[in-house]
Design a protein around this ligand. Structure first.
Ligand SMILES: [Mg+2]
Length: 258
């Protein structure tokens, strides 16, 4: 079998999510459409305009939490159902990273995971090796541009029907993860200073850290500060150039690492 040797001194492994442990299509084809499909129900629950004074007194706890998130949108967008619906759909379709939208999406996904409407389809080799590495005493970390909250939700609701450790087919991998990094707590994934921060937080030397990602720019910036980095190739990931294939170490499954 195709094998890539890992530096024997590696004590910590940092994992990207999309394109590395989970397909890119899950986010684009499942999470985002799920949010849009829930919008009529979420926004249709309240009388408009949405204002502090207008909060209905018969809301469930989740509905009240959701109302308070919606109040963070500018008043002009809260004037009517149509205005708010149009504004939110626009943000989503243009992929604008608006903080209130992110918070709202995070909440809708949280409810979806809890209802078991959503399950995260991690690659089986990723699940297997996360458990194995953890048992071997390696420390595991996540670094994703999705928020830490979204990362924990995803890792906490892994679709694993045949896994003996799963609870009703859902596996919680958070117990194997030591810490979570995102663009808020360490910064952009394509700047080497973010990886320097990660080295400081983990507290190991760069050669003791391995970073697995599908993104060449991320690997380049991690390598720049001395972190071992390997590109993970999965179906549906962006195509690598000929040069990239020659210049970087590649794996097609976590089982390729020895
Ligand atoms: Mg990725």
């Amino acid at each position: 079998m195709y094998q890539v040797a890992v530096n024997a001194s590696v004590k910590a492994i940092v994992l990207d999510i999309e394109g590395t442990i989970c397909s890119i299509s899950f986010v684009k084809e499942v999470l985002f459409p799920y949010f849009i499909s829930r919008l009529p129900k979420v926004l249709g629950r309240y009388p408009y305009p949405l204002t502090v004074e207008n909060i209905p007194n018969d809301l469930t706890e989740n509905e009240e939490l959701m109302y308070h998130i919606l109040l963070k949108f500018q008043p002009e967008y809260r004037s009517s159902y149509e205005a708010l619906d149009k504004y939110i759909r626009n943000l989503v379709s243009m992929d604008v990273k608006q903080p209130v939208l992110k918070e709202l999406q995070g909440f809708v996904w949280q409810v979806g995971y809890h209802n078991k409407d959503l399950k995260a389809p991690l690659y089986p080799d990723a699940i297997e090796n996360i458990v194995k590495w953890s048992k071997e005493g390696k420390k595991l970390y996540i670094y994703s541009s999705g928020s830490v909250r979204a990362q924990k939700l995803l890792l906490g609701h892994v679709d694993a029907a045949n896994n003996p450790d799963a609870d009703s087919g859902i596996l919680n991998l958070n117990k194997y993860i030591s810490d979570y990094f995102d663009t808020i707590n360490v910064g952009s994934k394509v700047e080497s200073k973010s990886y320097s921060k990660i080295i400081d937080i983990i507290g190991h030397s760069p050669e003791e850290i391995l970073f697995l990602t599908d993104n060449v720019n991320e690997a380049k910036n991690a390598l720049h500060v001395g972190i071992n980095s390997i590109i993970v190739v999965r179906d549906g990931n962006a195509e690598l150039s000929k040069d990239d294939k020659e210049n970087y170490k590649l794996i097609y499954s976590f089982n390729n690492l020895v």
